[in-house]
Design a protein. Structure first.
Length: 200
């Protein structure tokens, strides 16, 4: 059986790396949208991860004529009322470097004892005809007191994973790709992709 094309609608190379790894073994070849359309951009104006993920996946599937997958994710900090949440990529301004975003979170938690947080990810898969399915994954943890580790991307260096005394950026990629919010969402989506590959 030939490999099927799965276009991944993200501009974030960290996500591409993880999605490729987690979907290994399926009959799909992962193609980042930026290799086909470098300027691909969708306005993420939804109120939920699911709305934004679906919007990105549907746009990519229509544009390319292939199955498309998109991820919308974020960090939710309990003491900040769940912020930055769906606005995680824009926290402090879209162009603010990630290390500054991390510093901003650490500063807003100065003196706060309940540092609980979670990562949330919704993955959407869309067909060129506009059908879409979504799945959610959550990873619980807390916010540390400084950046630690160099793996992963985004808020990983300040996120201490529940059950590990390490930040997400200190975990081996194989471990992150088993326990992360993205891994959990993609495990559910794997079944959908797997049943679709059998229909081709
Ligand atoms: P695309 O929309 O192009 O996929 P993005 O990085 O803008 O890329 P989102 O809109 O989903 O992605 O924003 C999610 C942000 O949440 C992302 O920029 C990270 O800062 C953060 N985030 C999501 N998953 C993460 C992870 O596994 N580790 C650390 N931070 C993460």
């Amino acid at each position: 059986m030939d490999f099927l094309k799965l276009v991944v609608a993200t501009q974030n190379p960290g996500k591409i790396r993880e999605i490729r790894e987690i979907l290994k073994g399926l009959n799909y070849v992962v193609i980042p949208i930026f290799e086909l359309y470098p300027d691909f951009e969708v306005e993420e104006d939804g109120q939920t991860y699911a709305e934004n993920a679906s919007k990105k996946a549907i746009a990519a599937a229509r544009l390319t004529g292939h199955m498309a997958l998109a991820d919308d994710s974020g960090l939710e900090v309990k003491a900040l009322g769940g912020a930055p949440g769906v606005f995680s990529a824009r926290f402090g301004g879209k162009s603010l470097p990630q290390s500054e975003k991390n510093r901003l979170i650490l500063e807003s938690l100065k003196g706060v004892s309940d540092r609980s947080a979670r990562f949330v990810c919704v993955v959407a898969v869309a067909t060129p005809g506009g059908q879409v399915k979504t799945a959610e994954g959550i990873c619980k943890g807390s916010i540390g007191f400084k950046e630690q580790g160099s793996g992963g991307f985004g808020y990983d260096p300040i996120f201490i994973v529940e059950g590990y005394q390490k930040t997400m950026a200190e975990l081996e990629p194989e471990v992150k790709n088993k326990i992360s919010h993205r891994a959990r969402a993609l495990r559910k989506i794997r079944e959908i992709l797997s049943s679709l590959q059998d229909t081709f």
